[in-house]
Design a protein around this ligand. Sequence first.
Ligand SMILES: Cc1cc2nc3c(=O)[nH]c(=O)nc-3n(C[C@H](O)[C@H](O)[C@H](O)COP(=O)(O)OP(=O)(O)OC[C@H]3O[C@@H](n4cnc5c(N)ncnc54)[C@H](O)[C@@H]3O)c2cc1C
Length: 393
Amino acid sequence: MIQTNAARPQSEVVAKARAIAHEVAARHAADVDTKARFPSETFEALKQAKLLSAAVPKELGGDGCSMQELTAACAELAHGCAASGMVYAMHIIQVACIARHGMESPFFRAYLKEIVDKQLLLASVTSEVGVWGDTRSSICALTPDGDQFRLDKDATTVSYGAAADDLLVTCRRTPDAPASDQILVLLRAGEYTLTQTTNWDTMGMRGTCSPGFKVASRIPGDHVLPGSFADASAQTMVSYSHILWSGVWLGIASDAIARASAYVRAAARKKPGTVPPQANRLAEVFVHLQAMRNNVYGQAVEFDAIMQQPDGMERLLTIGWALKMNNLKVGNSETAPEIVHQALQIVGISGYKNDSPYSLGRNYRDSLSAALMISNDRIFNKTASMLLVYKDE
Ligand SMILES: Cc1cc2nc3c(=O)[nH]c(=O)nc-3n(C[C@H](O)[C@H](O)[C@H](O)COP(=O)(O)OP(=O)(O)OC[C@H]3O[C@@H](n4cnc5c(N)ncnc54)[C@H](O)[C@@H]3O)c2cc1C
């Protein structure tokens, strides 16, 4: 990776994501939002550019991208279309879980190669009716069924479930296991059926297409990811989710500021030699955008530095790291809508209108999902418990 600026990572993958964001995702974003449809054009372009294997290790034919590159790719895509950025982030999170916890398994190594060859799209099924936002407990269980296993799950929210090739699902290890003894299981196309149970007619992030589904499957035993979900969650899923989601929210906020900047420049052109009154507010909000960008990429840089250490995976199990991830998620999920709100104050009615080039409605609505994707209250609750025993190292 050619690293020119820690706060703006550059690489071939990031450049491809930026081009797709501008040339494809942004062009279809309004239609995706209006129709609450999957951003199929963006994902066709991502597949053509082989970006669905960006997180697959190089030894298996992928790009082996760093966290900095992946974060930048998510931010670039979200700048054009937030739903595209979020779907891409969620796919990468699942691939990373397999790449970081499944390399000992011949089945999962072969599967990672297949992601490279076929550019498979992978969705996540962690939510479940009855446990709601608590991803660290499951009701459903992997159940022996002859020489195979059965896994049925009633999920509340499965983003792009209908568009995905395969699913990565959390469940209890056995029918007798406690709710927290979870594993991750891969369901391949043809091994499962989906029955939609709810609609996805939401305020924002409409293109993620995330209704509830009943999942029914029958699978061989080697589809179980080695180890526990407790470790995969702490060492991979939480870090990748909170850093890459933050990248998506940064993309939404940057796009809002780009629209506000364009509006102020247009106002300046109307009265040459004067600084429009909104320019001061723009200067003010730039401070917040820069702080957000440094916060997001700073954490990605730290993650990559940790992973250079021989005991990197263990370091991700500390309370200190868990607190940083919680703070990153809560902080950026609140900052993104605040920045969009400030952009709207700059643009005024032209930002409030849906049919104006400076419209901020989609940015606003999309950014409001951030605090709900794992409720900030739930995260504060966990942080509060950890702070009772945490001593700053
Ligand atoms: C755009 C989007 C896409 C998503 N995609 C997926 C997906 O693909 N797969 C998937 O599995 N999930 C996905 N989710 C996440 C899933 O929908 C969440 O599990 C769900 O949002 C949580 O439901 P809830 O808001 O009812 O949360 P809950 O966590 O049940 O919280 C509801 C409310 O209860 C309160 N509360 C709950 N627990 C506590 C606590 N411990 N302390 C204090 N207050 C608490 C809070 O006020 C909170 O707002 C997605 C979410 C969004 C927004």
